[in-house]
Design a binder for this molecule. Structure first.
Ligand code: SF4
Length: 219
């Protein structure tokens, strides 16, 4: 067998792609197949740029004072869902550009969410995530967090600090939180520069889901 440096350029690229595919398959086998979720809204314009599948994970131990989703902190709440089922639901949703992970704390379930993110990105969707951790602290959290960061295009990072609450920047709840573009996908997306917040109401047979910035909707 020829060594990689002896291959033609096309062969070499193909060789690299096979190597990358094998690497990804190996990673999939290592990841557990269940995720604890609080809720999802299949198609909303309020949780990131374009229209997105928004997934709220269940469980968060960060404990920000003034957290707008306290019911999602309890790791025993919510519902357990198989990652493959979740991926099927996402990929069967029409008209979305990507997914957004919110919480709860997505990075406290980083392994199954990384598996889900790999599958949806392979289908061409973008991944945006909100986290109560800073990017610096996530980079010290180990392999699982690294895997999810690797599959995230845009990250909004930092705890919610009530005293620094702000509705001036889109998708930012308090002004200590930072946007990190971890791939080029949204780097030039003007939606991130636009000021102001929005909410979106979606109706099903037995419920109304409000997504976006809840302070705009005093209930
Ligand atoms: S990180 Fe999010 S879910 Fe967790 S306590 Fe803070 S605001 Fe609430």
């Amino acid at each position: 067998m020829r060594k990689p440096h002896e291959l033609s350029r096309c062969e070499s690229v193909a060789h690299q792609n096979i190597f990358n595919a094998r690497k990804r398959d190996t990673r999939r086998e290592l990841i557990p197949g269940w995720v604890k979720i609080a809720q999802y809204v299949a198609n909303t314009p309020s949780e990131g740029p374009y229209r997105r599948f928004a997934l709220w994970t269940q469980g968060c131990s960060i404990g920000c004072r003034g957290c707008c989703n306290p019911a999602m902190q309890d790791p025993d709440g919510g519902e357990v869902m198989e990652v493959t089922k979740l991926v099927d639901i996402i990929l069967n949703t029409q008209g979305i550009e990507g997914i957004t992970l919110l919480g709860g704390e997505p990075f406290q379930q980083a392994l199954p969410l990384a598996k889900m993110a790999i599958a949806v990105r392979e289908a061409g969707l973008g991944v945006m995530a909100f986290t109560g951790y800073t990017l610096e602290s996530l980079t010290k959290q180990g392999k699982a967090a690294h895997m999810l960061l690797e599959e995230t295009d845009a990250l909004i990072a930092g705890p919610y600090i009530k005293e620094r609450g702000s509705s001036k920047k889109r998708w930012i709840g308090s002004d200590n939180q930072k946007v990190h573009f971890l791939s080029s996908r949204y780097k030039n997306c003007k939606e991130f520069q636009r000021p102001g917040q929005s909410i979106h109401l979606s109706f099903s047979d037995d419920a109304i889901a409000i997504t976006g910035f809840p302070d705009l909707f005093p209930v």
